[in-house]
Design a binder for this molecule. Structure first.
Ligand code: FAD
Length: 398
C-alpha cells in the first residue's frame, strides 16, 4: 500500500507542500491528497484588492494540479484524530473520514476579533475571500462622504486603508493604529508612508486603542468616537480551532508547536506549516504569520518528509526574512528591508518602484504554488518501506 500523505488546506503553504512532495517522491510509493474547502486557489495577499472591486485571476486547483500526482479532495475539514490518524471531513456526499500515514496541517487562519465588543456584529474583515466579498458589496453601497475606518496599523491595515482610499477618493477613510503610524519601519519607510497616507486624505488616529465597535462608529479606550459607517478590522489573525481540539501540542492560541523541520513536537507523523504552525525563527522569535516565512516553511516540511521517507538528508536551511513588502494602493508602496529576524534596517524602496516590486512578489507567490520546486528538476525518490511504516525507524533519521 502506498504511504498516504494528507495535506489539509490548499492555501499558499499547503498547496506548495503538496506539490513539492509530489515532485520529491515516486508516484508508485505515495498517495498525496490535498483537502480544501474551496475549488480555487485564493490569493489571500490580494484580499484588499478584491474588497475594493478588483477582479482576481481565477486559479482552479483542477488546472493547477492536473497531472501532478496530487489528488484534490474538495471537503471541509471538521476534525483530526491524531491517535487514530484520521481526518473528519464533510463534502457534498455528507460526512466521511480519511486515513493518513503522514499529515500536513495547513488550514491557515482567519481574522482575529480579539473579543472586542461589537466586532463580530458590525466589523468587516479581509482575511478571507467571503469576508472580502462582503466588504466589496458594502463599499459598493456607500455614498460619497461616508466614513470607513480601518482598525489596525500593521501590514494588512495599511494596505487596506490605502487601497480603499485610492479606489474610492469620494469616501472619508480613517485609520486607527495603536502606536505611531508605521513605527516599526525605518525613517525612510515611515516618512514615505506618511506622505502617501496624507496624499490619499486618510485621517490617522494614533495611539488609538479601539475598545468597541458600533454600527456607525468605533470607540477608543480614552472615550474618543471615530465615525465609521463601515469598520474594517485588521488587528491580526487567529487560527481555526481544529488543532486545539486534538491531542497535538499547541500554543494557547491554538498553533501547532513544531520543530525546525515543521514536525509536531508531540506527534512525529504530523507536520504543520503556515499560519497554523508555531515555529521558532531567527533571533528565537516565532515565525510571523505570513507567506514570507510560510513558503520556506512549506518547502522545509515537504523536503523533511521526503528525506525521512526515502532515507535522504534532512533539510537544514534556516528560515529568515529579507523584506516586508507593503502596497499602498496600486501606484505606491514601501519595501522595507529587514534583518534575518524581521527588524527594519535603514534601506527601504519607496514609490512606484516599490509598487511594481510588491506586484511581482504577489505574482511570484502564486507562481511558486504552481511551481513548488521553483522550476528545479523533479527528482522523485523511492520510499524506503521500513521507514514509511515504522515511526521508530523514522525517528532514528531525525
Ligand atoms: C489582505 C492580506 C494581505 C496579506 N499580505 C501579505 C504579504 O504581503 N506578505 C505576506 O507574507 N503575507 C501576507 N498576508 C498573510 C498571508 O496571506 C498568510 O500568512 C498566508 O496566506 C498563510 O498561508 P497558509 O497556507 O497558512 O493559509 P491560507 O493561505 O489561509 O490557506 C488556508 C487554506 O485552508 C483552507 N481551509 C481553512 N479551513 C478549512 C477547513 N476547515 N476545511 C478545508 N479547508 C480549509 C482555506 O480555504 C485555504 O485554502 C496577507 C494576508 C491578508 C489577509
Amino acid at each position: 500500500m502506498p504511504h498516504r500523505i494528507i495535506v489539509l488546506g490548499a492555501g499558499y503553504t499547503g498547496a506548495i507542500a503538496a506539490g513539492r512532495l509530489a515532485k520529491r517522491l515516486h508516484r508508485d510509493d505515495v498517495a498525496i491528497t490535498l483537502v480544501n474547502a474551496e475549488p480555487d486557489f485564493v490569493e489571500r495577499v490580494r484580499m484588499h484588492q478584491l474588497a475594493v472591486g478588483r477582479d482576481l485571476k481565477p486559479r482552479p486547483f483542477s488546472e493547477m494540479f492536473a497531472g501532478t500526482g496530487v489528488e484534490l479532495k474538495l471537503a471541509k475539514v471538521t476534525g483530526v484524530d491524531v491517535d487514530r490518524k484520521t481526518v473528519a471531513v464533510i463534502d457534498g456526499n455528507g460526512a466521511g473520514e480519511l486515513e493518513y500515514d503522514t499529515l500536513v496541517y495547513a488550514l491557515g487562519s482567519g481574522w482575529n476579533a480579539q473579543g472586542v465588543p461589537g466586532t463580530a456584529e458590525h466589523a468587516h474583515e479581509i482575511a478571507s475571500r467571503p469576508g472580502a466579498l462582503r466588504l466589496r458589496e458594502r463599499l459598493g453601497r456607500l455614498g460619497a462622504g461616508q466614513t470607513v475606518t480601518v482598525v489596525g496599523g500593521g501590514l494588512t491595515g495599511l494596505e487596506a486603508a490605502t487601497e480603499i482610499a485610492e479606489a474610492r477618493p469620494d469616501l472619508d477613510v480613517a485609520l486607527a493604529v495603536r502606536g505611531d503610524l508605521g513605527d516599526w519601519l525605518s525613517p525612510k519607510g515611515r516618512e514615505h508612508l506618511r506622505t502617501v497616507v496624507d496624499k490619499l486624505g486618510i485621517t490617522v488616529h494614533e495611539h488609538a486603542d479601539v475598545t468597541g465597535v458600533e454600527a456607525d462608529r468605533v470607540t477608543t479606550a480614552d472615550g474618543t468616537a471615530i465615525p465609521a459607517a463601515v469598520t474594517v478590522w485588521t488587528t491580526g489573525f487567529a487560527v481555526h480551532p481544529i488543532a486545539k481540539a486534538t491531542a497535538l501540542e499547541v500554543t494557547g492560541t491554538g498553533q501547532i508547536v513544531v520543530d525546525g523541520t515543521m514536525r509536531s513536537v508531540s506527534h512525529p507523523d504530523v507536520y504543520a506549516v503556515g499560519d497554523a504552525a508555531y515555529a521558532m525563527g531567527p533571533g528565537d522569535k516565532p515565525l510571523r504569520m505570513s507567506c514570507a516565512s510560510g513558503t520556506p516553511a512549506a518547502w522545509q516540511a515537504a523536503d523533511a518528509i521526503a528525506a525521512r521517507l526515502t532515507g535522504g538528508k534532512l533539510p537544514n536551511t534556516p528560515i529568515r526574512y529579507f523584506n516586508q513588502c507593503i502596497s499602498l494602493g496600486r501606484r505606491e508602496g514601501v519595501i522595507q528591508f529587514v534583518t534575518a529576524d524581521d527588524r527594519a534596517v535603514r534601506a527601504a524602496l519607496t514609490g512606484r518602484l516599490a509598487a511594481v516590486y510588491k506586484e511581482l512578489v504577489c505574482k511570484g507567490a502564486a507562481w511558486g504554488v504552481a511551481n513548488p520546486t521553483l522550476g528545479m528538476p523533479t527528482r522523485r525518490r523511492r520510499v524506503a518501506r521500513e521507514r514509511a511504516t515504522a515511526t521508530s525507524a523514522v525517528e532514528t533519521l531525525a
